[in-house]
Ligand binder design. Structure first.
Ligand code: 5GP
Length: 189
């Protein structure tokens, strides 16, 4: 997605540990015009039936909510800490955080993902795929159908994308970075 790649080149910065910082437009300050373009592009790609969008807090929520307006479906987000507000049965999965280098448990109430749901997963970044594998685990527990995965920025030099595509999943990443150094960013085309 050309407008996204240009924005990454203009405002993204490469930090230590293979981290791309896009705080000024994607996951701290949010450029809603860009979010809308991202939502439209996901809608253009995922044309089949979708009944719900599932994401993970925190950065995925805004992107998923804007995108959901183009699909006309609710957004559910996995919580990273077990909340006392989550009554009843929960689906849980353990995820290793790439950015914080620790494990955490994600939870989703069984009220909001049902066996008949056809679910699109959305997130801001794909690195090693831990977050997506955790959400897929939750869909499997619920007996729901995974329709596809929409990612804003995939770091193609890490193995998350490869492992998900090898499973035959429709993974659509709007920008795929194959190489990233403080001196430059190279996209896959
Ligand atoms: P994964 O689970 O695929 O290893 O990592 C994806 C998660 O880690 C995303 O939800 C995202 O929040 C975070 N993440 C991974 N790599 C980066 C990065 O380079 N920059 C930022 N800002 N977040 C990242």
């Amino acid at each position: 997605m050309e407008v996204l790649e240009q924005r990454i080149l203009k405002d993204g910065t490469v930090a230590d540990g293979g981290i791309l910082k896009v705080d000024s437009f994607l996951n701290h300050q949010c450029d809603i015009g860009l979010y809308n373009e991202i939502g439209k592009e996901f809608r253009r790609h995922f044309t089949g039936e979708i009944t719900k969008i599932l994401t993970i807090e925190a950065s995925g929520i805004g992107i998923a909510c804007v995108a959901a307006q183009y699909f006309g479906v609710p957004v559910v987000f996995a919580k990273k800490n077990k909340s006392l507000n989550l009554d009843g049965a929960l689906y849980t999965s353990v995820v290793r955080s790439y950015t914080y280098d620790r494990e955490y448990t994600i939870t989703v109430s069984n009220k909001f993902i049902k066996p008949e749901d056809k679910v699109l997963l959305i997130d801001d970044f794909l690195a090693n795929g831990q977050a997506m594998h955790g959400l897929i685990d939750i869909l499997n527990q619920a007996g729901a159908t995974l329709v596809g995965i929409g990612i804003v920025i995939e770091k193609g030099f890490q193995n998350g994308g490869k492992s998900l595509r090898e499973k035959g999943i429709d993974l659509y990443s709007l920008a795929i970075i194959d190489e990233m150094t403080p001196g430059g960013i190279r996209f896959r085309h």
